[in-house]
Write a protein that binds this ligand. Structure first.
Ligand code: G3P
Ligand code: MG
Length: 251
């Protein structure tokens, strides 16, 4: 049976980690730069500090994208917030602080921007991270016309999000069509499947759409796959290349 398509208030183009590689990922400086390139929706990676603050960081550890060391989730926000999250990228961004979800919410809500919050748990904290991120997102966006899209590769994180904030839309991230992905997306009451872009073909798009799910892709940085995904009728693209793709271009 063909399911009705989930309403979808989001733009087609989504800037990965703020502005891809042009600014230090997951910092406010990156989201501001993405917005300067015309982007109106952003993807970020969210996890928990040791004392339960939701903040932005892709890796479980601090070394690659900050001046800190070790497992980020083992430190309180009072320590994490003092790190330099920009100097690793370039001198122009030295001193840029790590970003809390609350700070990014203020930026998005103040400018009418949309957000995809990827729940990126420290290993072993999947369920708790999903619960706390969803609860915090529901609180921060309580008055917003459009809720943020929550996504994760971890079904346990999405289960936590569903339990705490069922009204927030969820997307299942997929690196492969693993056995049971569709049953998981259904059980988690997802609105979207966000797949590694080469996974899509016409049959998969039709299969996903027939379930009422939206079909999105990460991380598309070249023109030919972007054109192919648009021709397939997919619903969104996450890109690093905010300098290449004009987000208001016709689909
Ligand atoms: O959310 C899409 C994409 O960000 C998933 O992969 O590793 O870049 O977080 P990653
Ligand atoms: Mg991500």
């Amino acid at each position: 049976m063909i399911a009705p398509m989930t309403p979808w208030p989001y733009p087609f183009w989504i800037a990965h980690r703020g502005a891809g590689k042009l600014a230090p990922e997951n910092t406010l400086a990156a989201f501001r730069l993405g917005a300067q390139h015309g982007y109106r929706m952003f993807e970020c990676d969210a996890k928990l500090s040791a004392d339960g603050t939701v903040f932005l960081l892709h890796d479980a550890t601090l070394e690659r994208t900050s001046s800190g060391h070790g497992v980020a989730g083992a430190l309180p926000w009072s320590v994490l917030s003092q790190l330099d999250a920009g100097g690793w990228h370039s001198r122009a961004y030295a001193g840029e602080p790590p970003c809390s979800l609350a700070a990014l919410a203020a930026f998005c809500l103040g400018n009418g921007h949309h957000l995809n919050i990827e729940i990126k748990p420290t290993p072993g904290t999947e369920r708790e991270t999903g619960e706390v991120v969803a609860r915090e997102a529901a609180r921060l966006w309580a008055e917003a016309a459009v809720a943020p899209l929550l996504s994760s590769f971890q079904p346990d994180a999405l289960a936590g999000a569903l339990a705490r904030a069922p009204a927030l839309p969820r997307g299942l991230l997929l690196e492969a069509w693993w056995d049971g992905w569709l049953e998981a997306a259904r059980a988690l009451r997802c609105s979207a499947v966000i797949a590694h872009y080469p996974m899509w073909d016409a049959a998969r798009v039709a299969e996903v759409h027939a379930q009422g799910l939206r079909a999105l892709s990460y991380t598309v940085n070249d023109e030919w796959p972007a054109a192919h995904l648009q021709a397939l009728g997919t619903d969104g693209i996450i890109t690093d290349r905010v300098d290449l793709f004009a987000p208001h271009a016709p689909r």
